[in-house]
Design a protein around this ligand. Structure first.
Ligand code: PMV
Length: 343
């Protein structure tokens, strides 16, 4: 009998007992959880220094399956931007070990299988989604009883394997889902997350440069540039602070035209900080020329993704212009549900 069937038969029992019963009957279950990817609409890089950012969970998800085993194994079946998984392989293993340690499971042997429809690419929160999904599946498999905040803390530990000292915006998006206003309280080392509710629905087109970026390196480069030219960066940061304030109000009011304008301004600041690249500029240009209300790089930059805000027919115009230019493009729904266990 499949363990899930056993669990189903005893479904009137609390989950703790279901797991025990399943195991007493002789077979380990496969714990499964999924978590969404994310897009940053405002504030990548600035968020590292404690300034606010706005981001959303998207509909595409990573699925993690975890099962106890005699040896550790990892099978990564996620679709990818070519080269992404190879590039991140060492970071991924480090990330998983960090999460096991954070959960008190150091040395435990597990099989991990990753899948789902979220394309593993820079800018879409692929690592954050996989960390949240793996943390939730491990929590389930070992009946640790962590709540959502606990899963988020573990996912953040996992993110360190990829990003050095991440702001935490990716794991928060993947764990809590929805549309969030995020700030890292640098002194307390805590994430401050607030759900945003927009009066308008936002349509987003994503363009993929096909290039994988190295977040630790790009974040490090920005830090070095800021130290070298503090005055220039103070101006950039002050300008961004105003954009972030106005963007929060515009998102809540559903003022699409203003949101678009602010996205364009945010992109110019990121370009000035040196995190754009020719491919991202081409994508932003294609979006703007084809009727997007606003367009900017999203995530680390120097590769990864471009995000464009569109209305009506501009959506398909922007998407086809991006494809015509030789890049991959898709429309996505935003505000998706956060991490969840699949039973
Ligand atoms: O490229 P992504 O999706 O992992 O986003 C990185 C966002 C940064 O602000 C550049 C780094 C961070 O830790 O927030």
């Amino acid at each position: 009998m499949h363990p899930n069937m056993v669990i189903h038969l005893f479904s009137s029992y609390p989950r703790r007992y279901e797991t025990i019963i399943s195991r007493l009957l002789g077979s380990w279950g496969v714990a499964k959880a999924s978590a969404p990817g994310k897009l940053i609409l405002f504030g990548e890089h600035f968020v590292v220094y404690g300034l606010p950012a706005i981001a959303t969970a998207i509909e595409a998800r990573t699925l993690a399956e975890v099962q106890r085993a005699k040896e550790f194994s990892l099978l990564d079946n996620r679709p990818e931007t070519p080269g992404y998984k190879k590039e991140k392989c060492d970071q991924q293993l480090d990330s998983i070990q960090r999460m096991l340690k954070a959960m008190g499971l150091e040395g435990k042997k597990v099989n991990i299988v990753l899948g789902g429809d979220l394309v593993a690419a820079s800018g879409v929160g692929a690592s954050g989604a996989s960390c949240a999904a793996i943390a939730a599946a491990l929590n389930e498999e070992f009946s640790l009883g962590l709540d959502r905040d606990g899963i988020n803390d573990v996912a953040y530990e996992g993110e360190k394997g990829y990003h050095g000292v991440p702001s935490g915006i990716d794991n928060c998006c993947s764990t809590y889902g929805g549309f969030i206003h995020f700030r890292k309280d640098i002194k307390a080392g805590k994430s401050v997350v607030r759900q945003l509710h927009s009066k308008a629905s936002l349509s987003i087109v994503v363009g993929n440069t096909g290039l994988t970026s190295n977040t630790t390196k790009v974040v490090g480069d920005v830090r070095a540039k800021r130290e070298k030219d503090p005055e220039k960066f103070k101006k950039i940061f002050d300008n961004y602070s105003k954009i972030a304030e106005e963007a929060t109000v515009s998102v809540e009011n559903g003022d699409l035209v203003k949101i678009g304008l602010l996205m364009n301004m945010n992109h110019l600041l990121l370009e000035e900080m040196g995190v754009s690249c020719d491919e991202l500029e081409e994508l932003v240009d294609a979006a703007s020329k084809n009727g997007a209300l606003g367009a900017k790089l999203t995530g680390t930059g120097r590769g990864g993704l471009m995000v464009a805000l569109v209305t009506g027919e501009a959506g398909s115009r922007v998407a086809s212009a991006i494809k015509k230019a030789g890049y991959h493009s898709e429309m996505t729904k935003i505000g998706a549900e956060g991490v969840k266990v699949i039973r």
